[in-house]
Write a protein that binds this ligand. Structure first.
Ligand code: FAD
Length: 465
């Protein structure tokens, strides 16, 4: 790739004229707002920011960047911006204005443009009694989440979101809009389903929806002092539940902010959150072993599928935060003791939330015709996150999360979860080894010059002949 020339307002005139979207370079009014990611800790300083409004805009932007010798970082919301490499001499190609979503109720298919948030899909799908494989937050981007795998409340029953993708529309690094599905561009189709966004700029994804109108879900809150008892009980309980139950055990320190409801504000809890794909009677029976421990607050009820995205209490506004996570091959009692020692009532920690999600079920079996994460060889995944308004706090959160990961090293599954690895790491650290090798070959074919920057980089290798 050529060395980029300095990009000025004047250099970008042709691009501005060609697209419906907007272009910002340093010095432009609006540049600072344009470069701001959802995660306010990320300080992105690209050479140019392009807001695309259509796939056609993306084509123009990619061709412009290549002609200028610039690399391209596609981004929707910026929830996943923390691990990104430096954006110096880079075009930040933002898709947030491309939020059109179409639902085909008869075919149980959704098509979401690259900037769609999960709530843009779950709400209209829910009107047809259908559910998408969304994650815990309504404002995370459909595309970034799905490219990295995508694990939500229906994961143990229906698997990763990536393996429910039926087609991807993307602009290749040489600036061509293509459709990748089971019959066309099979390598690209495989790569985008769990391998991250390293092979092009996705302009839309098409995905399967599932017939779930409502389900039994909620949380049981206990005082943080009971963390050991509750997490041990939850862990034992996960060994007894059917695939229709997806749950997590969590230690949560809620900040004293007005957004947090009064009974929870500024308090710390051990809790269990769960969703059961079934009726309230059976759900109540299934959760009884945990309920009989006497929670302080019990929010379980039958809820419509789109309401699942409030269950985890994720922030609805941009916040500065840092997280980190790891796949765990198992979580025996000693692992729970480790988590409680480092994050429980007696720990001096800046981590606001440490959660262990129960995997298995459909995640453990190869998805028929699946992509770069065909299955998950781990029984649990841990994720720790803290609020990081200052560099000192960011460093402290990173250090505590790393200490937690190190302490759980004996149970590490060998690689981490793509979407929960929020510190810089090669894609080889967040994918099964065989998948990473295939991805390297695909990268070598479609993007040998590393034009596309992705959350977790892929170093191209020459394909074996
Ligand atoms: C509050 C919160 C809750 C979360 N809950 C879950 C959860 O329940 N389950 C789960 O699996 N993950 C979860 N995550 C992690 C989340 O899935 C990742 O951070 C994901 O990368 C966010 O996608 P995004 O599009 O919103 O972010 P972005 O930062 O916009 O995108 C992340 C990356 O995806 C790639 N990308 C995005 N758009 C494109 C595109 N159009 N073309 C090519 N590449 C693209 C790029 O590499 C980009 O850097 C959560 C994160 C947060 C902050």
């Amino acid at each position: 790739m050529n060395t980029p020339t300095a990009i000025t307002h004047r250099t970008t005139e042709t691009l501005r004229a060609a697209i419906n979207g907007e272009v910002f370079v340093p010095g432009d009014l609006g540049y600072d707002q344009a470069r701001q990611a959802w995660n306010l800790t990320a300080d992105q300083r690209p050479s140019v920011v392009v807001f695309a409004e259509s796939a056609g805009d993306v084509v123009h932007a990619v061709r412009f960047a290549r002609a200028q010798g610039m690399r391209i970082a596609p981004q929707g919301t910026g929830h996943g911006s923390q691990p990104l490499e430096s954006l110096e001499d880079v075009m930040l190609l933002r898709t947030v204005r491309m939020r059109r979503v179409g639902i085909d109720p008869a075919g149980r298919i959704a098509r979401a443009e690259a900037g769609a948030l999960w709530q843009d899909v779950t709400v209209p799908a829910g009107q047809h009694g259908l559910a998408a494989l969304a994650g815990s937050s309504p404002n995370v981007g459909v595309v970034g989440y799905t490219l990295g795998g995508g694990m939500g409340w229906l994961a143990r029953r229906y698997g990763l979101a990536a393996n429910s993708v039926t087609a991807a529309e993307l602009v290749t690094p040489d600036g061509h809009l293509v459709r990748a599905d089971a019959g066309r561009e099979p390598d690209l189709f495989w790569a985008v389903r769990g391998g991250g966004g390293s092979v092009g700029v996705v302009t839309a994804l098409q995905m399967r929806l599932y017939p779930v109108r409502d389900l039994y879900a909620g949380a049981l809150f206990f005082p943080i002092q009971r963390s050991a008892e509750i997490l041990h009980a939850w862990r034992a309980w996960t060994g007894t539940v059917p695939d229709e139950v997806t749950s997590l055990g969590r230690i949560l320190r809620l900040p004293p902010l007005p957004e947090v409801p009064e009974p929870l504000r500024g308090r710390a809890f051990a809790l269990v959150e769960a969703a059961y794909l079934g009726d309230a009677g059976t759900g109540a029976e299934l959760t009884q072993p945990l309920r009989q421990l006497g929670p302080e607050l019990d929010t379980f009820a039958t809820i419509p599928a789109p309401a699942l995205q409030q269950l985890h209490m994720d922030p609805d506004q941009p916040v500065p935060n840092q997280g980190d996570g790891a796949f765990l091959s198992d979580v025996p009692a000693a692992a729970i003791d480790t988590v409680v020692a480092l994050a429980g009532p007696d720990a001096d920690t800046p981590l606001l939330s440490v959660e262990i999600r129960h995997l298995g079920g459909a995640l453990a079996h190869p998805a028929p015709g699946g992509g770069a994460q065909p299955k998950i060889d781990a029984k649990y995944v841990i994720f720790a996150v803290g609020f990081t308004p200052t560099p000192d706090l960011a460093a402290a959160v990173r250090a505590h999360a790393q200490t937690l990961k190190d302490a759980l090293g004996a149970w590490h599954a060998g690689y981490d979860y793509y979407n929960f690895q929020e510190t810089p790491a090669l894609a080889g650290a967040v994918l099964p080894p065989a998948s990473y090798h295939r991805l390297q070959q695909i990268k070598a074919r479609y993007d040998p010059g590393q034009a596309i920057i992705s959350t977790h980089p892929v170093w191209p290798t020459r394909a074996r002949t």
